[in-house]
Write a protein that binds this ligand. Sequence first.
Ligand SMILES: [Zn+2]
Length: 99
Amino acid sequence: MVEHLPLRPLWLCRRCGQPWPCGAAKLALVAEYRDNQVSLFLYMAGCMHDAIDDLHQLNPSETGSASGMFDRFLGWPARHTDSYRVTTPEAIRGEGTSS
Ligand SMILES: [Zn+2]
């Protein structure tokens, strides 16, 4: 079974052909990183960087909208990870008591 992973340098889903991350890929990423959403943001930031490089080489006009690329790669985890903001104060308190 082919997973919902990006086909570089086109950044289309290998499975369903949608611009990556497709809906299924987002669900899989949220599940995979549910305990470590900072890592999810870092991973997606890295993907965005690679995608901008790849797509710019293929077709400079594709990446004309930086905000569009930002929303595609980093906008959705911000909307899907409300729990990150909820759990952050606890994480900070946890670190404070250990020192
Ligand atoms: Zn897909």
